[in-house]
Design a protein around this ligand. Structure first.
Ligand SMILES: [Zn+2]
Ligand SMILES: [Zn+2]
Length: 317
């Protein structure tokens, strides 16, 4: 890959992104080649790459090989939330709900902190996946399901989203409605899998104060994008909350600098004054692994760089 060669430090996120694109485009054999290529080096997260490779293999008829890889992951104690999530969802996608539940549960027990602590995003994702599988199995709620409900941020409650018997509970016996419900559940599942196979977040571009001043001094055409620095920051938080409310998983913030933005514009043979370059620049930084996940924990420093806790800065309701 030419781009991966240009930026050796970014090789892993770039190749993972390329593999995700190949999977989405239906070229699963070439995605496998990329996963093997990554695994033959010394990847930062071999378990995640193995899980992605297994999920991909199973989708195009290599079930035995996929199962062997998943068994290998399950033989170790859970260390990486993403790897275990992908492994559980591969089983779930092939209707092995009992096995999926077991994988989710072991990961949740190992990786979700005790109740008083805040739960980081990857662990929340495990809780939500486990909640979904347990609903599909018709199991009652345990403490981790209650926690999953409490942490869920979407507009539709998790119990409604994950209840395969919802149509029956509403008193309907219309097979068309049931079919629609199953389709809806499957598409929700698809959304999760797509989000997971895209290993870089949807990121918004943050300009630190000094960088924004420098940017606007050099390219006053961009002033309409950024009336004040405070509005710039408030706009980022508002947009991220809107994306989260719409169910977009895996959100983040990337920091821009004027020299790197100018280099990006040059590589695109475009003027830095062109505002349509800004989101492309953000996506490129995110794909190169530069995004900070959003939201931060309530007690962690705010994403804006103020050094105040998120809950007392941009995280206030
Ligand atoms: Zn629930
Ligand atoms: Zn802030």
């Amino acid at each position: 890959m030419r781009t991966a060669g240009q930026y050796p430090g970014d090789r892993e996120p770039l190749l993972l992104r390329a593999a995700a694109h190949l999977e989405l485009a239906g070229d699963r054999p070439r995605a496998t080649v990329l996963y093997d290529d990554l695994l033959s080096g010394s990847p930062e997260n071999p378990q995640l790459i193995k899980a992605l490779k297994a999920a991909n293999l199973w989708e195009y008829g290599h079930e035995a090989e996929a199962r062997a890889i998943l068994d290998g992951i399950r033989a170790l104690p859970p260390a990486d939330a993403g790897a275990w999530q992908v492994a559980a969802e591969a089983l779930e996608a092939h209707d092995e709900l009992e096995a999926a539940q077991e994988v989710f549960s072991r990961a949740v027990e190992a990786l979700v902190p005790s109740a008083d602590d805040e739960v980081p995003y990857p662990a929340q994702s495990l809780l939500a996946g486990r909640h979904r599988v347990r609903r599909l199995l018709g199991l009652g709620h345990d403490d981790h399901d209650v926690l999953a409900d409490r942490l869920h941020r979407g507009t539709v409650p998790l119990d409604e989203l994950h209840d395969p018997k919802r149509v029956w509970a509403l008193g309907s016996s219309d097979p068309a409605e049931l079919a629609a419900e199953i389709t809806r559940l499957r598409s929700e599942l698809g959304t999760y899998r797509t989000a997971l196979s895209r290993p870089f977040p949807v990121a918004l571009l943050l300009w630190p104060t000094g960088e924004l001043a420098e940017l606007l001094a050099a390219y006053p055409e961009l002033e309409s994008e950024y009336p004040t620095h405070a509005e710039h920051l408030a706009g980022i938080e508002a947009a991220l909350r809107e994306l989260a409310a719409a169910g977009t998983p895996n959100l983040g913030v990337v920091r821009g600098t004027v020299p790197s933005y100018e280099a990006f514009a040059a590589s695109e043979a475009a003027s830095p004054a062109n505002p349509t370059l800004l989101p492309q620049y953000a996506t490129t930084l995110a794909a190169r692994g530069r995004a900070t996940p959003w939201p931060p924990l309530r007690t962690a420093p705010c994403w804006c760089g103020s050094d105040r806790p998120y809950a007392q800065c941009h995280g206030t309701p």
